[in-house]
Design a binder for this molecule. Structure first.
Ligand code: DGL
Length: 262
């Protein structure tokens, strides 16, 4: 029996699109509903209790409206905080989360110096500390929280210029030298940041491996998703929903480019 219900993807902004594009590639026949909680953007600065409550309520509303077969939280800030609450609140639903790619980074580093670039929320989470403890005890992991980069990504997609200096200020703390060793892996632990990866490469003090977890997340999603009718283009279009109820023309164009109707 095929399951034609949609996959729900949620982020506070356009960052989830970096994951959605991989999902579209891995699961081309699945119907997607992309929820942008722009009324709550940025998640990075929220208090923990406030954001948990918001996420449980928002996901509950979306479940009622769309009856998704899987819910992908395409946001490190949200999932590292509220993954457990969401699973507990909706035990009959399947969730796939996004967490900092510390395990692959530890497997890849040669110098043993890794940095995790994320929102201030994600770097403070116990979840993130537990990942380091579980997978990267042998490494020196530096957590770098930026309260500006997610907003800079949104602004850049809307056409604003990004000054090299401003970008470098946000990423500079990722680059650490200890004796003859230096950071060689930086984890992009906010789904917005892969859109800026090429700019990071341009301004970085030295070349590093920038880890974007999108492909691994899409692979995990593909593993757990009950399949729709493969070979059938879904009758209903893929949707984007903005919690503010407002969408600038440039965002409409962007979302259309990702195959989403608003
Ligand atoms: N894209 C989100 C993440 O992965 C968060 C951006 C924000 O709302 O601060 O962490």
């Amino acid at each position: 029996m095929s399951d034609s219900r949609p996959i729900l993807i949620l982020d506070s902004g356009v960052g989830g699109l970096t994951v959605l594009r991989e999902v579209r590639f891995k699961l081309p026949f699945e119907r997607l509903v992309y929820v942008i909680d722009d009324a709550g953007f940025p998640y990075g600065g929220w208090s923990e209790d406030g954001l948990k409550g918001r996420l449980v309520e928002l996901v509950g509303q979306q479940i009622d409206q769309h009856d998704p077969k899987v819910i992908l939280i395409a946001c490190n800030t949200a999932f590292t905080l509220a993954g457990d609450e969401l699973r507990a609140a909706f035990p009959e639903r399947l969730f796939v989360g996004t967490v900092p790619a510390i395990k692959p980074a530890a497997a890849r580093t040669r110098s043993g110096l890794i940095s995790v670039l994320a929102t201030p929320g994600t770097v403070q989470r116990t979840y993130t500390r537990d990942l380091i403890e579980a997978h990267a005890r042998e490494c020196h992991v530096r957590l770098v929280g930026s309260d500006r980069l997610a907003g800079m990504t949104e602004a850049h997609l809307r056409g604003d210029d990004l000054e090299d200096e401003a970008l470098l200020r946000e990423i500079r703390d990722c680059f650490l030298e200890e004796g003859d060793r230096r950071t060689d892996v930086v984890v992009l632990a906010c789904t917005h940041y892969p859109f800026l990866a090429n700019r990071f490469r341009e301004v970085a003090p030295w070349p590093v491996d920038w880890i974007d977890p999108a492909e691994a997340i899409a692979r995990q999603l593909a593993r757990v998703t009950p399949r729709g009718a493969t070979g059938d283009v879904p009758a209903a279009p893929d949707l984007a929903i903005l919690t503010s109820g407002r969408c600038e023309a440039v965002t409409v164009r962007l979302l259309h480019g990702f195959g989403l109707r608003i």
